[in-house]
Design a binder for this molecule. Structure first.
Ligand code: GRF
Length: 218
């Protein structure tokens, strides 16, 4: 399964994907990593793995439409089976999203549909929730929407700060994203027309990664 990964910054999810591939856990290949920032730290992980890296700066384009058209052309060159948003901090145009229909996935640090948008950890604390987590979802035209595939739950502890919560969620994100991509690459999760299937059955609600692990060990 050829992947194109889009990043904007740190790239820890990208690193988790690359590590899983080199460790033989993920039947995929990262064909290219594209960033909207030439100084994104995560590009270094791709360079170390001898993967093509490209930076496309929004300042070089008059508007979001033309930027996304250029980005789309670039991504298409690599003929990806999946386009992976891994901390890509831009809102994509509907045209871009439609072009990669059923191929564009994102990871978001909350239990969607809770806390779409930014500062999810702080907002989870302010809302007083007992459980927080992360979600992998297909991208639709609305921000942090589209069918959620897989989620991981993380307890919120008394006196947690947003930083502590973020630190607890991040490694779970890595495990979650690798698993979601693996199941998509293996065809365990797939689209049949507009229906998402998991092991051949309609996916009615997001899969809880740990509940699924538990089922396997029962
Ligand atoms: C992650 O928290 C991800 O859920 C969100 O952006 C952050 C990216 O982190 N969409 P990294 O660049 O993968 O370290």
């Amino acid at each position: 399964m050829p992947l194109v990964v889009l990043i904007s910054g740190r790239g820890s999810n990208l690193k988790a994907i690359l590590d899983a591939i080199s460790g033989g856990e993920l039947p995929a290949v990262v064909s290219a990593v594209i960033s909207n920032r030439a100084d994104a730290a995560g590009l270094e992980y791709a360079r170390q793995a001898n993967i093509d890296t490209l930076a496309l700066d929004a300042d070089d384009y008059p508007d979001g439409q033309s930027y996304d058209r250029a980005l789309q052309g670039l991504v298409d060159c690599f003929e990806p089976g999946l386009v992976i948003l891994a901390g890509f901090m831009r809102i994509l145009t509907p045209e871009f999203v439609q072009h990669f229909h059923h191929k564009l996935i994102n990871i978001h640090p909350s239990l969607l549909p809770e806390f779409r948008g930014l500062n999810t950890h702080q907002r989870a604390l302010e809302a007083g929730v007992e459980e927080h987590g992360a979600s992998v979802h297909f991208v639709s035209e609305e921000l942090d929407s589209g069918p959620t595939i897989l989620q991981v739950r993380v307890p919120v502890l008394p006196d947690d700060t947003a930083e502590q919560l973020a630190t607890r969620v991040l490694p779970e994100e890595h495990r979650l994203y690798v698993r979601a991509i693996r199941w998509l690459a293996e065809g365990r999760i797939r689209w049949h027309n507009e229906q998402l299937l998991f092991d051949g059955q309609p996916l009615q609600q997001p899969i809880d990664i740990d509940a699924e692990n538990q089922k396997k060990s029962d």
